[in-house]
Ligand binder design. Sequence first.
Ligand SMILES: [Zn+2]
Length: 257
Amino acid sequence: MGDTGTITTTNGAQITVTDTQYGLPGSIVVHRGVVVAGEVAEGDEVEASIDAVRRDRIRRNHTATHVLHWALREVLGDHVKQAGSHVGPERLRFDFSHFEAVTREQLSEVERLANAEVITDAPVRHYETTKAEAEALGAIAFFGEKYGDVVRVLEAGDKSTELCGGTHVHALGFIGPIKISSESSIGSNLRRIEAVTGDVALARIEEEEDLLRRVGDALRATPSGGSGEGPTPRRAGQGPRADDRGHPLERGRCEGG
Ligand SMILES: [Zn+2]
């Protein structure tokens, strides 16, 4: 998925760029967009600016895909191979070979490993080398990429080494939290996970906490290890009401929530 942004010409016309793709590999970049103001003429001088927030989200999701691939192989085994992926600003999708459903515990372990790797803030490096040398290094080919004799090796931290020509973060910490949002079957021996990262992951965690809080309110209970609002101490003589005596959930009630 290409960058989006705005192109402004010196005479004030504006183009909203919706996608960028290589017209010729490694050289000409085709910008697709809509002229939203003024008129554009051949030879106009322009200034292009990229939608930085969106680009950062894509970089996070893309780099997180590498980290998750490593973590999946750690937890499920080396038979796990990428079978496709899609990286957008809102989420990442990663398809891989595996012969059974991934359990809740395994998913938690993958998520835990991936996040533990992220908070090392190890640098993300890339370099070009020959295909033979990359294979000797054990670099894993990234699905769907075409490789010539010279390949680009991507080291996402100390654990993940893959061939990849994409855009990445410079250090793992920039990814922020990784949250796996779903796991499903997409065919025979093929699984799919979806995940969110960075500010999108934080927003999701906040939504889930809010949901938990509302469920807690509905059950008149506080989530265990709650937010410190805790049960309201009763003053001496106040005594429990007759109707809530012996109801542990009632004691944990969150007041004023
Ligand atoms: Zn990559």
